[in-house]
Design a protein around this ligand. Structure first.
Ligand code: TPP
Ligand code: MG
Length: 351
């Protein structure tokens, strides 16, 4: 299967009758704006981590098209289960920089109200969100509403038992669920080729999922495919999986040095496929990137960066012991003892 592509790396647009999309100036500018703002926020967060203001940061650099193209194809009340790198998608849902950073500064366990944004908290335990999403989608199915559910995960996570259980369970139940894999070629230092023999979309079809492969650095293709697949799920067509071929242009996290395992030249190859540059080529070609729009976006980016720097330093310190109160409805004696020990430890810190 060839990945669906509507916008070639050189900016040439082609249409595909199977994946219709009304490519307007407004749509392209909106995608360009969202992707540019996400990258700007990501760069700023990286800088904050390097300055010691964040404990850790996992960049979404290079994956903006996969995230923006897909999340904008969903309705705002479709419930989403992300993994941990979905900052561009989170920003599209209206989650604020403060809400996104507080967890990575180590001040709170998570930063936002998942019910308000219809966007679940980040899951760092690989693939744990996939059975959760399946169960949630089965609930939605029983409610009989028009809502569908989407779950983001990575190529490496697709090797987890939970992922494969979720694929099978969702397929068997006919749950209204979209599995969206960002195949960014790496699971920390393990390349996709080492991780699997059959590609994910092939495996997905074997589970009975409606499986698709898309160029994840082509925001138009991602959007067209996700829109069509989401409509099909909403109409009762059962679960589907989209594998988006993209690239993690940074290290796995700020604790990782990809120079130790990545072949020289690999990044250059993918830089030529940069999703933002690709859309920019189209915008310039069509005369849709006028000075007013460009200046406005530059100012918006500068304001977002400044706001991100400001709020990061001011983030309130949460109650770290609250974790003990949110796991079980009734505290067990063992948990109570552990809580007391932990509270004593925290109280013993001088600063
Ligand atoms: C159950 C589990 N095993 C191992 C890890 C350690 N770990 C964190 S991220 C990661 C790689 C994940 O790769 P992928 O799913 O492709 O996502 P990506 O980081 O590329 O977005 C690993 C092995 C973990 N967080 N959870
Ligand atoms: Mg990966």
């Amino acid at each position: 299967m060839e990945p669906v592509q509507l916008l070639a790396p050189d900016g040439t647009l082609r249409s595909d009758p199977r994946w219709p999309l009304d490519v307007t100036a407004e749509l392209c500018r909106d995608f360009y704006r969202r992707m540019t703002l996400a990258r700007c926020f990501d760069n700023e967060s990286l800088a904050l981590q390097r300055q010691g203001e964040l404990g850790l940061w996992l960049q979404s650099l290079g994956q903006e098209a996969a995230q923006v193209g897909s999340i904008t194809a969903l309705r705002s009340d479709d419930y989403v289960f992300p993994s941990y790198r979905e900052h561009a998608a989170a920003l599209c849902r209206g989650i604020t920089p403060a809400e996104l950073l507080v967890q990575w500064r180590g001040n709170q366990h998570s930063g936002w109200d998942p019910v308000r944004y219809r966007f679940h908290i980040y899951t760092l335990v690989l693939a744990a969100q996939l059975p959760h999403a399946t169960g949630y989608a089965m609930g939605v199915q029983r409610d009989g509403t028009e809502e569908i559910v989407a779950a983001y995960f990575g190529d490496g996570s697709s090797s987890q038992g939970e992922a494969n259980e979720a694929f099978n369970w969702a397929a068997a139940a006919g749950a209204p669920l979209l599995f969206f894999c960002q195949n960014n070629q790496w699971a920390i230092s393990t390349p996709t080729q080492t991780q699997m023999r059959a590609s994910l979309h092939q495996r997905a079809a074997g589970f009975g999922l409606d499986a698709h492969l898309v160029d994840g650095n082509d925001v138009l293709a991602v959007h067209a495919v996700t829109s069509a697949v989401a409509s099909q799920i909403r109409a009762g067509g059962g679960p589907a999986l989209i594998e988006a071929i993209t690239y993690r242009m940074a290290g796995h996290s700020t604790s990782d040095d990809p120079g130790r395992y990545r072949a020289p030249g690999e990044l250059d190859t993918w830089q030529n496929l940069d999703p933002i540059t690709r859309l920019e080529t189209l915008l310039v070609d069509r005369g849709w990137l006028d000075a007013e729009f460009r200046d406005g976006l530059e100012q918006e980016c500068a304001a977002l960066a400044a706001e991100t720097r400001r709020i990061c330093r001011e983030l309130p310190l949460g109650d770290v012991t609250s974790l003990f109160g949110t796991v079980l409805a009734q505290e067990t004696p063992l948990l109570a003892e552990e809580r007391r020990q932990y509270e004593a430890l925290v109280a013993s810190y001088v600063d």
